[in-house]
Design a protein around this ligand. Sequence first.
Ligand SMILES: Cc1ncc(COP(=O)(O)O)c(C=O)c1O
Length: 257
Amino acid sequence: ARREGPVKVLRHASEGFRALPGAAELEAQHDPRAPYVHYISNETVEGVQFHRTVGRGDVLRVCDMSSDFLSRPFEIEDFAIVYAHAQKNLGPAGVTVVLIRDDIVDRVPDGLPAMMDYREHVRMGSVYNTPPVFSIYVTMLVSRWLRNDVGGLEAMQAVNAIKAASLYAALDASDGFYRGHAAVADRSLMNVAFRLPTPALEQQFLDEARARGLHGLDGHRSLGGLRASLYNAVSIEAVDALCAFMGDFRAAHAPGG
Ligand SMILES: Cc1ncc(COP(=O)(O)O)c(C=O)c1O
């Protein structure tokens, strides 16, 4: 975007993403002359998520929903472009879903390499290049599961809300033994980053969790600590098992039990 014109960045990665810009800040920064506003609905490393649609209707919205697409309903009419890779809630890596409004496709400038020109993808029925058939097939199965077995996006959102509420309750009821990373108002329903009193205890937590069959709880390498991801495929039972383990671990290791 910088090649095309001035870009205003509201949050630099160097500042971290512990808290999201609030409504007042976004309103103060709003520029009705901007061609579009781009944002990411859920940030996976630090575990923050917008619980509202960002921006105003007078500027086109483009959203990277990679890490919470199909975890909850959203109003597609509010967006010019939504894109999401598959590998969080949809299926295997290799597929990216792009939802783009017809009038935005019509505005694609000439001269782009064909691969980057959405008109070309539309013209070719989304098979401009060799499609990753297996990833697309599994994505189809997952979307059918979501519709027929789960019961749609409202039902999925309800399940995801139960999972996140259980885990955040386990953090909040721990007298500071488990410390949630993200600002409470911006807590993600998808990724829960937290810490223990010492790195040594965090390592012990990971080792004991693994022994109980609870895997993948390491924090992102850029942040450290611990992180539980609660994507659609994670069941309520799995989160209950994690919370039970966290209670046991705390009883064994917190000062005064
Ligand atoms: C919101 C979001 N966008 C983009 C990416 C990067 O995706 P990829 O590795 O497919 O480029 C991630 C990865 O976690 C993500 O969460």
